[in-house]
Write a protein that binds this ligand. Structure first.
Ligand SMILES: [Zn+2]
Length: 425
């Protein structure tokens, strides 16, 4: 279940939840995701939201075209360094992107030296990216053989048989095309990819759990896949291998097995939707993206049509398991102000007890809005896509943005949502 990997520690304070909302597609705190980065982004965030003007506004978002080399003290106190381009320079730190597209927040208090070179910044090519992925796996203590499979838009490092990375690569490339044409027809133009997308596929759940541990997202270890916003990377494992005695050797065999396990296709499509949306101008990494929107989008696309020869087709099919869950929620627990609490902040996704209901409602709301209010929805997507990095909304701002797209009468919207979903089959 994807949502297992996305549950945030329910004991967090609301303040922290808000700070973490940017990376709510993963369970880890940023502090733990990259060696240094972490809490510091929260500090920058706290300053930003509590003291307007704490972040300089004029030069905040001047993305650099050359490489900077920054040395800093990591969490253990030892000096380390990273190379990349500066995305945001704030009064209390720097946001840097490395050639693999990993984001680093380096607080001023930890910064030792910064050198701006004249070397132009470039992203890794797929081969370099594949090598970086394998290095990360070795650092995570996964000592097994990996291969790199590259496709038009992806670098896939995998410890699975090659047929599995090829099958996944084909699915991912189809997803790119399908996603693009779906939105092109609905007034949201995606931007081209700036760099190849990293994908890691592990051969079993043990390796997957190790990687989740390394990525400091332990809650993901029991899930089936996750997208790590900071590293821009999808991590999956071969779901078709677990029920078989021997690994599948051909793409056709994997396809046959995948048809028996709906989650195998749905997980790839779900995580891939997140990654595409964050890389093609729909959401900004490091900005305040409402979780109901990002998750609703991924769930809208994930519904697999297993009768299809290719294992996935028919974008916008009713997601039967989410609808079932939404109806259970409606019968037993849903409050009259449910839309409001869903869109105001991400807290319902952060509480283990309420998360499954929140996911089902995010799917239902997304499905309803895309099917009945596509112009408003596309406009809302555009507004969200233009969010400033490291800037966090208050719940009131969130709600106001929602109302400005979909109308201020939420009670009416709620009635429409319920009568729409009651008719779904
Ligand atoms: Zn998700």
């Amino acid at each position: 279940m994807q949502q297992r990997s996305e549950i945030i520690n329910p004991r967090l304070t609301r303040r922290l939840m808000l700070d973490r909302s940017w990376q709510s597609l993963i369970a880890a705190s940023f502090a733990s995701v990259s060696p240094l980065a972490g809490q510091q982004v929260c500090h920058a965030q706290d300053n930003d939201s509590s003291q307007p003007g704490a972040m300089p506004s004029a030069d905040v978002q001047a993305t650099s075209k050359v490489i900077s080399v920054i040395s800093f003290q990591d969490e253990t106190g030892s000096e380390t360094s990273v190379e990349g381009r500066v995305l945001v320079r704030a009064s209390d730190g720097v946001l840097l992107e490395d050639p693999a597209r990993r984001l680093w927040t380096i607080p001023s208090v930890r910064l030792e030296t910064e050198t701006t070179t004249e070397r132009p910044f470039e992203f890794f090519d797929p081969t370099q990216l594949g090598s970086r992925l394998i290095e990360e796996c070795h650092s995570a203590g996964i000592d097994t053989d990996f291969h790199v499979h590259t496709t038009k838009n992806y670098a896939i490092a995998a410890s699975t048989p090659e047929a599995y990375s090829q099958w996944t690569g084909q699915l991912l490339e189809r997803m790119q095309i399908a996603f693009q044409s779906y939105w092109k027809n609905r007034r949201f133009e995606l931007t081209p990819l700036a760099a190849p997308l990293p994908v890691l596929i592990l051969s079993n759940q043990t390796q997957f759990a190790k990687m989740a541990e390394f990525d400091r997202t332990p809650a993901s270890a029991n899930g089936q896949g996750y997208y790590l916003v900071t590293a821009n990377r999808i991590v999956l494992f071969d779901l078709t291998a677990s029920r078989a005695d021997s690994p599948a050797k051909t793409i056709a065999e994997i396809h046959r097995r995948a048809q028996q396990i709906p989650a195998s296709v749905a997980t790839v499509v779900h995580e891939s939707t997140h990654q595409i949306a964050f890389n093609r101008g729909m959401h900004q990494r490091y900005a305040d993206n409402p979780v109901w929107l990002t998750e609703g989008m991924a769930m809208y696309f994930e519904a697999p049509d297993l009768k299809s020869r290719r294992g996935w087709s028919g974008i916008g099919k009713v997601n039967a398991s989410r609808l079932f869950r939404f109806r259970e929620f409606l019968k037993a627990r849903r409050q009259p102000d449910s839309i409001e609490t869903l869109v105001r902040d991400n807290s319902r996704f952060g509480d283990a007890d309420s998360a499954i209901d929140a996911y089902s409602e995010a799917w239902a709301l997304t499905y309803f809005l895309i099917r009945t209010r596509i112009r408003d929805y596309a406009q809302y997507l555009t507004a969200i896509s233009q969010k400033r990095p490291l800037h966090w909304d208050d719940p009131e701002d969130r709600l106001a943005a929602f109302q400005s797209a979909f109308g201020s009468n939420i009670a009416k919207l709620n009635r429409e949502l319920l009568s729409f979903t009651a008719r779904l089959k």
